[in-house]
Structures are given as structure tokens and as C-alpha cells.
Design a protein around this ligand. Structure first.
Ligand code: ARG
Length: 471
């Protein structure tokens, strides 16, 4: 049955309805659509804009629908908004005709989408916070365990596992801050009561409608409220960037999990084997996470491409971005739970890592700095001397480097050895943010304080998510 088109356009064609309908994707926002309508009906009733008993009956029917909305998806309709109207007609008869007063699908879908986005984004923040907690806890047990870091994927400088883990934490902390800001500025604003594009003559109190649904404030301009999807573009951009950053972390773990590197012992639940090769331990969760970064870019590209050049005001193109946004958030939430579980269960192999740092000249930079500072030699000169020496020796052997240097520069062998020992090197690195274990401990303390205040903000958001149960 079609409700909206019959009078003007007559019968619909099933294949055309199925091409233009959003009913399948609307499953994901059905609760929010019903909740928005409940707020609308409640408001119409309390402002005396519809007969009180009609409002009452409609509210009862809508609350029932909220418990089980399956039947909506059996109707052949343009979308869930029409389906709810059909449902109300079945439940209330002609009285259902009062309900659409002062509303448009344009303001209602925008409101439902913002409500759903807010809820999912808060869930995503919760996952980030839990992951950050795991990272900081884990970092504490790896303060002094060395980790060779690479640039250009070639051994670069010695660091620590704690340094690596807090790198992820700081990145997530930044994402937490920006997502809070995006929620505040772009998402947590109510479009309800804005009509189809330029408002309504029905005296709705938009602030009151916003309050009923727990929104922080209003999208003021009714054209912006109904026709804009900026909030989706911005949320999707930030979340895609997060997904891309996580894909780099996944790549690190995949590399460190190879037998060639062998730095980590991943939880076996995250591994899969080969149907043919009996020895394979493939780090499949991290592979899927790595792929998700790329898929997320695809969803963002779809969203931006659909929105681009759509004339201001609602156009049905906008309906097509919803599925991409919801997939983007839902999958990223899942990705965060998986990577948290992975990190929580992964052991970094202390013995391997302690040996590893001696295999490559990853403290030679620190040696060059030591000679330059202690013996007053221009750094470029020392850098060149050491590079030539490496070439001459033809192999990366720090002992040989020290012997030769001691002979050429007259510096005691003992002093040179002290300058290249990973533990000493780490202690000597005192610039803010470096892996120096003492500084790292302080950093972890500071990061924990930030995490705690982010948890407080999260709790405040959660408390506002609950829609007041007074109507
Ligand atoms: N189903 C649409 C969406 O998801 C809302 C309907 C707006 N349709 C319209 N003809 N104004 O965006």
C-alpha cells in the first residue's frame, strides 16, 4: 500500500519502489525513527495541537511498536516513515491522520540519523577508552623492554615496547578529543520541527522537542537542519582517518608476528592456519583490520561523492549515504574491540627483543651524538666518519665499530661500549616523548589523567543518551 502518492500520482510500480525505497537500510534506524515520532506526538498533544485521546492512543501504539517493529518491514513502502504511518492507520484508523501535522520526513529522518549517529559514536568512544586503558596498563609492564623501531622499514633506533604502546594511546586520545568536538559541533543538535525545508506554521517549540530527545542544542536554520549531511561527512572523515591509522598498527603487528621478525606471541584465537601448509600461523584478524582501513576510505569516498553538488535542500540522493555511514561506524567499533583483544592477549618476546637490539646498528646514532657532544666534534663530521667506517667494515658489527673508533679517536673502549648499550642509550634520551623509561612512567601517569577525564565526559554523555521516560 502506498500512502503518500495515491492521490496525486496513482499506483506505484513494485520495481520502482524497490529501486527508490530505503526500507531495508532503515532497519538500522527504526528505533530512532519511532522515538522521534513519539517526541513529536507527545509535543503535539501537550501543546493541544491534536485531540488529547488521539495523542494518547498514538503514543501507546508507538510504544508497542518500539518493542517489536518487525511488521513494518513487511509493508511495500518508500521507507520506514511511511511504514510507521501505515502501522498507525491500522492501529488508530482515521485518527492516525492527525499525527503528520507539522512534520516532514526530511526533519524526521535527519533527527533519527543524528540520534543514531550520536549513540553509535558514543559506543565507539567507549571502545576507544577501553582500548586506551589496555594500552596504558600494558605499557607499564614493558617500560624497559627494548624494541627496534624502523624508518623505511629498516632498523632505525632502539625504543621500548612501552613507547610503541603509548604511541597508539596518544593517537587514540587525539581521536577521542576530536570526536567529542565533532559530536558537540556537528551531531548533537536537533533538526526536529524544521518542516520539509523552511519551517512550519504549526507552533512547535523546537527547543522543547530537542530536550525531549536529549539533544544538546538545535540546528538553527531549517534548511541546514533538513538538507545538510555535513555531520555525516565530518563524522565519516574522522572515523575513516581512525580506521586508516588502525590499519598501520595492524601492519606493524603482522610484520612483528612473522617468523622472520618473531617479536610477538599473538593470542592463538587471532591466528588461522592454511588448508594446505601445516605450519602456517596467519595473523588473520590484523589482516582484516588492515583491509578495513581501505574499505573505510571507500565508504567515505561514497559518502562525499553522493553529497557533492546535491542542490541545497533534501534530495533523495541523501538517503543513499546512510548505509555507508552506519557501516563505517559499526565496523570501526568492531575493529576496535578486536584490536584491543589482540593487544591485551599479545606477549612481546623479551628475550628475542633483547637480543635483537644487538643485531643491528640501532644505537650508532646515539654513539655519534655522544662523540659529538662529549668530544666537541661537529656532528656531520662524526656522522661521516661512522658511515665510512661502516662501509669499510662491510658489516654491522658494533663491537668492531667501537674497537676501530677507540683506536682512531683515542676514546676508551669501555666508554664507547657504555655509550651504545641499549639501557644507557634509553636513559640518555631525555627529550620529551622519547622512550626513556623514567620519562615514560611520567608520561603514562599523565596519559592516565587525560583518560580519566575522557571517561568522565563519556559518563556525562551516556547519562544524556537516555531519553526521558516522561511521555
Ligand atoms: N527515506 C528518506 C531517507 O532516508 C527520507 C524520505 C525523504 N523523502 C522525501 N521524498 N522527501 O533519507
Amino acid at each position: 500500500m502506498t500512502l503518500y502518492r495515491d492521490a496525486l500520482l496513482g499506483k506505484s510500480d513494485d520495481k520502482i519502489v524497490s529501486f527508490t525505497s530505503s526500507i531495508d537500510e532503515d532497519r538500522l534506524i527504526v528505533n530512532e525513527v519511532i522515538e522521534v515520532l513519539i517526541a513529536h506526538v507527545h509535543h503535539l498533544r501537550s501543546e493541544g495541537l491534536i485531540p488529547y485521546e488521539v495523542g494518547d492512543k498514538a503514543l501507546k501504539a508507538l510504544r508497542e511498536l518500539l518493542k517489536n517493529s518487525d511488521e513494518l518491514f513487511r509493508f511495500k513502502v518508500e521507507d520506514v516513515h511511511e511504514a510507521v504511518e501505515v502501522y498507525l492507520m491500522n492501529a488508530l484508523g482515521v485518527d492516525a491522520g492527525w499525527i503528520p501535522l507539522g512534520r516532514s520526513r526530511n526533519d524526521h529522518v535527519a533527527t533519527a540519523l543524528r540520534l543514531k549517529t550520536k549513540r553509535l559514536v558514543v559506543e565507539l568512544i567507549g571502545e576507544m577508552l577501553k582500548f586506551r586503558e589496555v594500552l596504558l596498563k600494558k605499557a607499564c609492564s614493558y617500560l624497559e623492554i627494548p624494541l627496534p623501531l624502523t624508518t623505511h622499514l629498516q632498523s632505525a633506533q632502539v625504543s621500548t615496547v612501552a613507547h610503541y604502546l603509548t604511541y597508539i594511546e596518544e593517537m587514540l586520545s587525539n581521536y577521542t578529543s576530536i570526536i567529542y568536538a565533532v559530536l558537540d559541533v556537528f551531531v548533537d543538535k536537533s533538526p526536529l520541527g524544521a518542516g520539509a525545508i523552511a519551517g512550519t506554521t504549526v507552533p512547535l517549540n523546537r527547543l522543547e522537542l530537542a530536550r525531549l530527545l536529549g539533544f544538546n542544542s538545535l540546528v538553527n536554520n531549517t534548511l541546514l537542519a533538513t538538507g545538510s549531511r555535513d555531520f555525516i561527512c565530518v563524522v565519516a572523515s574522522v572515523i575513516t582517518s581512525l580506521a586508516v591509522s588502525l590499519s598501520r598498527i595492524a601492519e606493524d603487528f603482522i610484520i612483528w608476528g612473522t617468523p622472520q621478525f618473531n617479536y610477538i606471541e599473538p593470542p592463538t584465537t587471532h591466528l588461522a592456519t592454511s588448508s594446505m601448509m601445516p605450519h602456517k600461523k596467519n595473523l588473520v584478524t590484523m589482516e582484516v583490520l588492515r583491509a578495513w582501513g581501505g574499505e573505510a576510505v571507500g565508504h567515505l569516498a561514497a559518502i562525499l561523492s553522493v553529497v557533492k553538488a546535491v542542490p541545497s535542500g533534501y534530495n533523495l540522493d541523501l538517503q543513499e549515504v546512510t548505509k555507508h555511514l552506519l557501516k563505517l561506524i559499526l565496523n570501526t567499533i568492531e575493529a576496535l574491540t578486536i584490536v584491543r583483544d589482540f593487544v591485551e592477549g599479545t606477549e612481546f618476546k623479551e628475550e628475542t627483543l633483547r637480543n635483537e637490539v644487538y643485531k643491528y646498528p640501532i644505537t650508532i646514532t646515539d654513539l655519534a651524538e655522544f662523540i659529538s657532544v662529549k668530544y666537541g666534534k661537529p656532528y656531520r663530521e662524526v656522522h661521516r666518519e661512522l658511515a665510512l667506517l661502516m662501509k669499510e667494515l662491510g658489516e654491522f658489527d658494533m663491537n668492531k665499530v667501537c674497537n676501530e673508533l677507540s683506536r682512531r679517536l683515542g676514546i676508551s673502549l669501555e666508554e664507547l661500549h657504555r655509550a651504545i648499550t641499549p639501557e644507557n642509550v634509553l636513559k640518555a634520551r631525555r627529550v620529551v616523548g622519547s622512550p626513556n623509561p623514567e620519562l615514560m612512567l611520567e608520561t603514562i601517569r599523565n596519559f592516565k589523567a587525560v583518560l580519566n577525564s575522557d571517561y568522565d565526559r563519556y559518563a556525562a554523555l551516556i547519562s544524556r543518551l537516555v531519553i526521558p521516560n516522561e511521555y
